[in-house]
Write a protein that binds this ligand. Sequence first.
Ligand code: ACM
Length: 384
Amino acid sequence: MANRDPIRVGVLFSDTGVTSTIGRSQLQGTLLAVDEINEAGGIDGREIVPVSYDARSSPAIYAALAERLIIQDKVNVIFGCYMSSSRKAVLPIVEKWNKLLFYPTLYEGFEFSNNIIYSGAAPNQNSVQLAEFMTANFGARVYLIGSNYIYPYESNRIMSDLVLQRPNSKKVGERYVELDATERDFELIMADIKATQPDFVFSTVVGDSTASLYRAYAEAGFNPKIMPISSLTTSEAEISQMGAEIALGHFTAAPYFQSINSDTNLRCLERLRKRFGSECVPNMCWEAAYFQTHIYASALRYTGQDDIGQILPNILGSEFEAPQGRVRIDPMNHHTSLYPRIGVANSRGQFTIVREATRPVHPDPYMVTHSLGDWTASLSTLEL
Ligand code: ACM
């Protein structure tokens, strides 16, 4: 008789705490893909059953729940994590038990684990493009602001290295705030920005405090037309928290924006709205969560088993027609070929895409080239 046993998968995002807005969207991306897979007959008639916990934006809780998923719930695969601190906490757990983590978030790069698939952007797929764009359009004196943990430290270091390759460049300031920072916590930083007059700000602030930063910036009277904030983490989700007026004119680099006008994206958004209504806010991390689940399911169809020894060879090198374009998991470094884009926040709380790669960019998580490079060759040149 055919095997009808459901296949349990672990789902570990944050429904509460400082990164819950983006975490909820990642959960919705995962659950939408699971629904689609099950509605299409599952894996040879076997249903995928998500076992989901709220990791409450805490790396320690991520680690504890990852172990619980593996030991008690007996999953082989976990979809999860937003902050790099949570991925770093889960990494030794999946390595110890030889399980697989699918991580749907842009991060600082410089990491490889045989037990992780990285479906968000590496620095050569967002930082390089953003540095090139901001320095070409605004100048090369940068002020760095980040949340107080590993991704912002490392991402700011990479951005500094890239910007400082330009003539007349300078790092005019670098400041960190706690993850629960409020508008008041940014006051001294705003005064420092006023005094140092950078050409642009690079923000690696994440979660709820993103809205506080952009509000403090507007309150201080800075004009984004002259001195914008640029970011890799301010997505449609964070804009929904701060409001479109506050975000207007600031820049973000990402492989996916909700505003991508392709059939694949529009159809996917329609299915999402049908499933979750209008309170969901699709963004780059939602999209990565969505397509990585389909990549897993496609590999599972070949093997029927999701233990790492069976499934990993079928994940590596696999491709999927994602809302951003056709993506591919690199067999050597477990990261994903993606389409860099740059968007400017508009009055509808969406991004107007001002640059986009016409070909996917191969992931280079160790920034082997570490240069500004020439991505303009693969761009459609939409005007600002
Ligand atoms: C992040 O911490 N990777 C956004």
